[in-house]
Write a protein that binds this ligand. Structure first.
Ligand code: ARG
Length: 460
């Protein structure tokens, strides 16, 4: 029983199933780099405080360098018996450098160590996600520019409502990803605080310098209460909530891509390389990427939920339950990163079918509001105009024609305010062009927004 870091007080070895059941090394080894960096900062601080010698620090640095190389080369032997990433690395360090390795854990606990590691690890991943969001925004802005005047039906209640431009539709998602971007950068400040030095829960008797380790590790500040420092996982909830919103936004886009590709709509084509076939139906070309991401959104939302439930009943301070914090966070990171990657690759390949999109507009009288607005400009109160146009639409349904195809005399039979110039308001282009204000769908506005986004991208 003497081969474990904590086995001094035990009279028999831990049962095999307990070992397997409670170990985390299989998943927490991905924090190895953060663990080593945290240990190096802690050791440097101990040396500065006179707790370990200069020689100890030099040995620790040398040992950690070798361990980093072993891990990078895939040669490091992870042992389940050593439970987690922390004890695996510490044991290897001691086997490499002897007593100095045994001094590393002075004034520290795995409780503040793991809290530090997860924050360092997550901080890096947040930076990766932020960069990917930025990349996806750029890709969507490029599509928006290309399709700035591609007309398509805008829907409410899935009924044709008013014409919009495909570019405008893409820019709606750019806005969503901008908020996701902001959220990630905002929560990063709360991830980026140092719990190191809280030790097990109450602090330590050594003359430690927490501000020094925080600075070495690039933290923005030191957590001020040791009990909170080892038990806080709020930032995990924040991260998973922000990750869920990214996935929710992707999932809404996915839903649109899926139905846009359906034969009933045929709004877009996707190149073959982003689609898959059927093992029985030879004709099939399925939108598997957006369907997969729509499905994966459920995982991340589930992870947010699991994480909240994990925390809600925990007394202060550290409890082993907290080991369950890692897999949801890791899986959410992997899912979000893979998904963003897929969309960065796929979105430039979306080919809007311009003729189909235009034709689809006509099915639903999308310029009816424009006709009402026309009457208002001629002095008719809006409510009366709404009623008049409703009657005109009913007539158009009976005549099986579009509003723009109705003869002038027919239109005039509903209102003598209607003149020759009405047709400017009834065309799709006229309707688009008329919505020329901040946030409107006019092609000129889309291009203006594209320009604003490009300025922003150039600045960051
Ligand atoms: N593997 C543990 C975790 O992930 C590390 C901390 C364990 N601390 C303890 N006293 N058992 O939470």
């Amino acid at each position: 029983a003497k081969n474990k870091a904590w086995s001094g007080r035990f009279s028999e070895p831990v049962a095999d199933f307990v070992l397997r059941y409670t170990a985390s090394v299989n998943f927490d080894k991905r924090m190895a780099k953060a663990d080593i960096n945290g240990s190096l900062a802690h050791a440097a601080m101990l040396e500065k405080a006179g707790v370990i010698s200069e020689q100890d620090l030099a040995d620790i640095r040398r040992g950690m360098k070798q361990i980093s190389e072993e891990i990078a080369a895939g040669k490091f032997e992870w042992q389940l018996a050593l439970e987690d990433v922390h004890l695996n690395i510490e044991a290897r360090l001691t086997s490499l450098i002897g007593d100095a390795g045994k001094r590393l854990h002075t004034g520290r606990s795995r409780n503040d160590q793991v809290a530090t590691d997860l924050r360092l690890y997550l901080r890096d991943e947040i930076d990766g996600i932020v960069a990917q969001l930025n990349e996806l925004q750029k890709v969507l802005v490029r599509v928006a520019e290309k399709e700035s005047d591609t007309v398509m039906p805008g829907f409410t209640h899935m009924q044709v409502a008013q014409p919009v431009t495909f570019g405008h539709h893409m820019l709606a998602y750019v806005e969503m990803f901008e908020r996701d971007h902001e959220r990630m950068l905002d929560l990063r400040h709360r991830v980026n605080r140092s719990p190191l030095g809280a030790a097990a829960l109450a602090g330590t008797t050594y003359p430690i310098d927490r501000e020094y380790t925080a600075e070495l590790l690039g933290f923005e500040g030191v957590m001020q209460n040791s009990l909170d420092a080892v038990s806080d996982r709020d930032y995990g909830v924040e991260f998973l909530a922000a990750a869920s919103l990214i996935m929710i936004h992707i999932s809404r886009l996915s839903e649109e891509l899926v139905y846009w590709m359906s034969q009933r709509f045929n709004f877009i084509h996707l190149p073959d390389r982003f689609t898959t076939g059927s093992s029985i139906m030879p004709q099939k070309k399925n939108p598997d990427v957006p369907e997969t991401s729509r499905g994966k959104a459920a995982r991340v939302i589930g992870e947010l939920c699991a994480f909240c439930v994990l925390l809600k009943g925990l007394p202060l301070a550290y409890n082993k339950d907290l080991q369950e914090d890692k897999e949801p966070i890791f899986d959410a990171i992997d899912t979000v990163r893979d998904t963003l990657h897929a969309f960065i690759e796929m979105m430039p390949g979306v080919e809007p079918q311009r003729d189909v999109l235009r034709e689809a507009c006509h099915a639903g009288y999308p310029t009816a509001t424009d006709l009402a607005d026309y009457l208002v400009r001629k002095g008719v109160p809006f409510r009366s105009a709404h009623d008049i146009v409703g009657q005109i639409v009913r007539a158009a349904v009976e005549m099986k024609c579009g509003l723009h195809e109705m003869p002038l005399e027919k239109l005039q039979s509903f209102s003598d305010k209607i003149g020759e110039d009405v047709y400017d308001s009834l065309t799709l282009e006229g309707a688009l062009k008329a919505r020329n204000h901040t946030g409107g769908t006019a092609p000129a506005q889309v291009l203006r927004q594209v320009g604003l986004w490009k300025d922003l991208f150039a600045r960051r």
